[in-house]
Design a protein around this ligand. Structure first.
Ligand SMILES: [Cu+2]
Length: 428
């Protein structure tokens, strides 16, 4: 039995020791690293769960509960997660470790936790009704097993899954190889892809939606609220991408050819690595990508356009090419403040957002609201920036600002005349 006092002291442990959690500046302290013979993962916008060592067993404690979560400024919801966050904290351990994971249910309904991708005794697999009784509200269950395989895994409920996943109950489970990495990894990022149906003006995700989601997130944040990934030029970077959404995501990284080196079934033999610039991460799947960092600011995003947008209505009329002159005045009589848009495309939307002209429905982040060093950055959703610099300290994960491009290496205007030049046309 876990007493309230135990829970409180565990909370204090998390705050005071913060075993693998980065401090406010984003740096991981040297003492923390010395205790761990591996390069800890860096969970974008997230954190790693501290543990207690009890008789040689690493004991973790997850608490499933409800709280308010912010996807990006202007978009919040009542979500479910673990220990106050969605995704829950990353569980990080080493191949061969014996782990005990306590799960306390503070939700209003029964739950369980399935350890996706781990080989363990059938009764520890976490499928409510099949491998264990469900964890009733107020109860704490203990899972205990030995970690057999290094790799990128995750955990999620296997009870009322549609509701519990669509509210945000999920987390990463990273197992480091016992004998060290076969190849040096300097920065190890991990993220979980998810989708949400948060209807404009509402504050709770809608679990009945099956395909038409409107929020697309990495670690339950959407651009521009997703932290950038940073690296020093030449460092070997791994990004572990897990997908617990209801759609496939072709994840695309600019600036390098990466290698796909593994999945939730572990690291692949090197002969099976693939040189790619986009890799499809299927539903319930993980893909690890690795590359040597090249200086610059490089986009990293899902290549499905609608997944790199925020809160976009998908049932609106197509105004591109239409003449909307005068329509605004008529519509404003019924809908004060209405401004017809979209006759030339949607790029003006992000400009209006950055000019403060857009005031959408309540609790709805702008569809694309990023700001870059050269103006509006028409992205949202599953999009962030990999920032690689020549002079970063190995432990520095802070945002270094925008890339100072070497002189003469930025695309620039050579004419403002639409009839400029003699571009070849398709022969008649
Ligand atoms: Cu996608």
């Amino acid at each position: 039995m876990i007493s309230r006092r135990d829970l409180l002291s565990l909370g204090a442990l998390g705050g005071a020791v913060g075993l693998l959690a980065p401090d406010a500046s984003g740096a991981i302290d040297a003492a923390t690293k010395a205790r761990h013979p591996y390069q800890p993962v860096h969970t974008l916008n997230g954190w790693t769960l501290p543990y207690r060592l009890r008789d040689g067993v690493k004991e973790f404690h997850l608490v499933a509960e409800e709280f308010e979560h912010e996807f990006a400024p202007g978009s919040r919801a009542k979500c479910w997660g673990y220990n106050g966050s969605t995704p829950g904290p990353t569980i990080e351990a080493v191949e061969g470790d014996r782990v005990r994971i306590l799960v306390t249910n503070r939700l209003p309904e029964a739950t369980s936790v399935h350890w996706h991708g781990l080989r363990l005794p059938s009764g520890m697999d976490g499928v409510a009704g099949l491998s264990q009784p469900a964890i009733a509200p107020g109860e704490t269950f203990a899972y205990e097993f030995t970690l057999q395989d290094a790799g990128s895994h995750f955990y999620h409920p296997h009870a009322d899954e549609v509701v519990q996943l669509s509210f945000g109950l999920m987390g990463l489970f990273i197992i480091h190889p016992r004998d060290g990495e076969p190849r040096r990894i300097d920065r190890d990022y991990c993220l979980l892809l998810a989708n949400w149906a948060l209807h404009p003006g509402t504050w709770r995700p809608d679990p009945s939606v099956m395909t038409d989601f409107n929020l697309w997130t990495m670690n339950s944040k959407m651009f521009p609220a997703i932290a950038p990934m940073v690296a020093r030029t030449g460092e070997r970077v791994r990004i572990r991408i897990a997908n617990l959404s209801m759609h496939e995501h072709p994840m695309h990284l600019h600036g390098v050819r990466f290698q796909v080196t593994g999945g939730d079934g572990g690291r692949w033999p090197q002969a099976q690595w693939l040189n790619e610039v986009t890799t499809l991460v299927g539903v319930g799947q993980v893909r690890d990508i690795e590359f040597e960092a090249v200086a610059g600011d490089w986009a990293f995003h899902c290549h499905k356009g609608h997944h790199a947008m925020n809160a976009m209505g998908h049932d609106i009329p197509n105004f591109v090419g239409a003449n909307l002159k005068g329509l605004g005045k008529e519509l404003r009589a019924a809908a004060p403040g209405y401004m017809p848009m979209g006759q030339t495309g949607m790029e003006e939307h992000s400009k209006h957002v950055n000019m403060g002209m857009m005031k959408g429905p309540a609790n709805t982040a702008p569809m694309m609201g990023g700001k870059g060093p050269f103006g509006s950055l028409d992205m949202g959703g599953m999009f962030t920036v990999l920032k690689v610099r020549d002079d970063l300290a190995a432990d520095d994960y802070r945002d270094p600002g925008w890339y100072p491009h070497p002189a003469g290496t930025v695309a620039k205007r050579v004419s403002s005349d639409p009839d400029f030049g003699q571009p070849p046309r398709r022969p008649a």
